[in-house]
Design a protein around this ligand. Structure first.
Ligand SMILES: NC(=O)c1ccc[n+]([C@@H]2O[C@H](COP(=O)([O-])OP(=O)(O)OC[C@H]3O[C@@H](n4cnc5c(N)ncnc54)[C@H](O)[C@@H]3O)[C@@H](O)[C@H]2O)c1
Length: 342
């Protein structure tokens, strides 16, 4: 019988409840890496950790650096290999702690306690963690799966509406690409955030189970909306939130799919009407598309999704049916300089 090492990509156990209750089940040797803002906003949570080792972190893209890893590693010298690390925070805390859990003594057990809807729906599943190097996002990364993920809806009470929308957009990404029946049901009546995140998590878990290390061409579906999402995030000078950018990127992918005759127009229109993008999404897209195509090509070249002259994009053939397609420069550029800019 083989014993799997900490971080092996087995499905994590999801537990729903209050953080202050769930935390009681942690072993003595636990290090909680906590978003400092979350500790300030949720005093009961901070109190429940008063006897634990807590390393507060300032969330944001700036946290995702090798400097953070080194700074934190210096505080972990006495911590053994059988310790459990808890990532209490949004996607940036989750990404960094995943890397630290992978590297500390060659791997320790990890628990995710996502505090943003985006992290609960997306980044806490699948075991990916990464740091940025210079302005290259997620340049160095690892796979290190959690043993448990705690879904504590009370955290979402202190998110802004824009942050909640980001999480919902990622959830919609999962259903429109992976599950036509659920997408149609959501189009009739969108479930509440907890139900939405559970259904979306199940869909992502299934993808990750099929293609844990992104070697079978299945996990790539999770990139729907990300090709132009990353471009828009970058050309906005990162003033656009990741989830919002992906929401706009999904509109781009639908447009390109329609242009190529792959996505039926009616399907694209139904999805666009259902997506919880900001009301002025098309106007934001048009404004960002004023950036010259040459700059966009540079961003695309630095990204990992093919070259600017032949992009690999995830496009929809129908609700719940997707394909990766090589998109030539003429197709995406005519949209960029044409209707996205109008
Ligand atoms: N590993 C993956 O598979 C994966 C997938 C998608 C996204 N990501 C990464 O996730 C990151 C984005 O995640 P994010 O949006 O959660 O970012 P984040 O961690 O920076 O959180 C955003 C902001 O929300 C605050 N915050 C967190 N929880 C809060 C709460 N409950 N109430 C109030 N404020 C709260 C944080 O302090 C921060 O200011 C990006 O770096 C992205 O690359 C990773």
């Amino acid at each position: 019988m083989t014993t799997l090492p900490p971080g092996a990509l087995t499905p994590s156990v999801d537990r729903t409840g209050r953080f202050v209750d769930l935390v009681k089940s942690l072993p003595d040797e636990t290090v909680v890496f906590a978003d400092a803002r979350v500790l300030r906003l949720h005093r009961d949570v901070a109190k429940s950790l008063s006897k634990r080792t807590v390393i507060p972190l300032t969330a944001g893209e700036g946290l995702k650096s090798l400097a953070t890893i080194e700074r934190v590693a210096k505080r972990l010298s006495g911590v053994s290999r059988s310790a459990t690390f808890v990532a209490l925070g949004g996607g940036t805390v989750g990404d960094v702690v995943t890397v630290i859990a992978h590297l500390h003594k060659r791997g320790v057990k990890l628990v995710h306690a996502p505090t943003t809807l985006l992290a609960a729906v997306d980044s806490s599943i699948g075991g990916k963690g990464a740091v940025n190097v210079g302005d290259v996002k997620n340049a160095l990364g690892v796979f290190h799966g959690p043993v448990e993920t705690w879904l504590c809806p009370k955290f979402f009470d202190t998110l802004s509406e824009a942050q909640r929308r980001e999480g919902r957009l990622e959830a919609w990404k999962m259903v429109v690409t992976l599950d036509a029946a659920t997408a149609r049901r959501w189009m009739k009546k969108t479930p509440n955030d907890l139900a939405l995140l559970r259904e979306a998590r199940d869909l992502k878990e299934a993808v990750v189970r099929t293609d844990p290390y992104e070697t079978k061409g299945v996990r790539v579906v999770l990139n729907f909306g990300h090709t132009f999402g990353h471009v828009l995030e970058s050309v906005s000078g990162f003033s656009l939130r990741h989830g919002e950018a992906v929401g706009l990127g999904m509109l781009c992918a639908l447009d390109v799919g329609v242009d190529l005759g792959l996505t039926p127009r009616g399907v694209a229109e139904a999805i666009e009407a259902a997506l919880p993008n900001a009301k002025n999404a098309r106007a934001v897209l048009a404004k960002l598309a004023k950036v010259p195509v040459s700059k966009v090509a540079k961003v695309l070249a630095a990204d990992k999704k093919g070259s600017a002259s032949q992009l690999r994009m995830v496009l929809l053939e129908d609700l719940g049916r997707w394909r990766t397609v090589g998109v030539d420069a003429k197709t995406w550029q005519s949209r960029w300089t044409g209707s996205w800019r109008a």
